[in-house]
Ligand binder design. Structure first.
Ligand SMILES: [Fe+2]
Ligand SMILES: [Fe+2]
Length: 329
């Protein structure tokens, strides 16, 4: 603005110079004044143009500042969101990590439990073999009787379509069927004459004693049922409880067939061994009376397939091997 005033002052100075007006004007003074006025107008125009431009520029600048602020705000927001997302990702990773650690911990615990239960199983089986040794010595039966009964029982259970772990459980539980005979007096156990009623009631006690001896552990649950029920009959005329049909556990129904068949076809101090055919006939005759007819049918089928014979010769071979092994020592 001050530049503008200067120019005006300058023009006025030129305009109102009375002393100079008295002086005869130099030629071209009009033209000079005109030019001067024109120059002042042009300067005015230029000035206001410059003002407009400055205002425009200020507006643009302001707008740009606004946009920049907006942009900065958005940038700030984005940075914030990014930070948040990073935190979420870190949290998530942490959760996954601890989840993985928990799972590994669980797997370790499971593996340990497996080892412990395997250990327990082995201990249980070891206990069984000691018990059996005592029982078989007293009963004058042989270890091969128990081995054959176990293999027959497993073959029958498999044929009935039972799951593998149950087949195994029925097998190892079957060898304890007569474990209660440890309590039976020798003169009754080894008697070769027909037993009196009193003597027979003492014999019956071995089922009850056997169940008791096997305690309360889950591992012996099936063995307890077998010990108690292996002399029960399908028609309810067995002992010690007179249970009938499916009141008798499946394991005990299977064992009773395997046990009787092997007793018939083995040599005992008081009798010769029956042939397999004679033994099978006796079992077949007992179907529906002494034995569960369905299991008898399965047993007969196994015999037809040569499974019983194979088991019998395999057990005999393993016995020979044991004997030659022990004599070599
Ligand atoms: Fe028995
Ligand atoms: Fe037996």
């Amino acid at each position: 603005m001050s530049g503008d005033d200067d120019i005006k002052d300058m023009v006025e100075t030129v305009d109102v110079s009375p002393r100079e007006a008295e002086i005869p004007e130099a030629p071209g003074a009009d033209v000079f004044r005109q030019l001067l006025h024109q120059a002042v107008r042009v300067a005015d125009m230029a000035n206001s143009q410059a003002m407009r431009m400055a205002l425009d520029f200020a507006k643009v600048y302001e707008r740009e500042q606004g946009v920049r602020k907006e942009f900065e705000n958005q940038l700030k927001q984005m940075t914030l969101m990014e930070k948040q997302a990073t935190r979420y990702a870190e949290d998530l990773a942490g959760m996954l990590r601890s989840e993985r650690e928990r799972r590994q911990e669980l797997e370790r615990a499971l593996a340990q439990e497996r080892i412990a239960s395997e250990e327990l199983r082995r201990t249980g089986l070891q206990g069984i073999s000691h018990l059996l040794l005592a029982a078989t010595i007293k009963d004058r039966t042989t270890g091969t009787h128990l081995q054959r009964v176990r293999r027959y029982v497993e073959a029958i259970a498999q044929r009935l379509g039972l799951p593998e772990d149950l087949v195994e459980e029925f097998g190892y539980s079957s060898v304890m069927h007569d474990v209660g005979k440890i309590h039976t007096p020798d003169h009754i156990l080894q008697s070769e004459h027909v037993l009196s009623d009193d003597e027979f009631s003492v014999i019956k006690q071995h089922c009850i004693d056997g169940e008791k001896m096997l305690g309360t552990a889950r591992f012996f649950e099936t063995a307890r049922a077998i010990a108690r029920e292996h002399h029960e009959r399908w028609d309810g005329k067995g002992y010690p409880d007179g249970k009938k049909g499916e009141e008798i556990s499946l394991a005990a129904r299977i064992v009773s067939i395997a046990d009787v068949f092997d007793a018939l076809t083995s040599k005992r101090p008081y009798k010769e061994a029956w042939s397999a055919e004679a033994g099978l006939k006796a079992i077949e005759a007992g179907a529906g009376e002494r034995f569960d007819p369905e299991i008898v049918a399965g047993f007969i089928a196994l015999a037809g397939e040569g499974v019983l014979e194979r088991i019998s010769s395999e057990v005999a071979a393993s016995e020979d091997e044991d004997h030659s092994g022990s004599s070599a020592k």
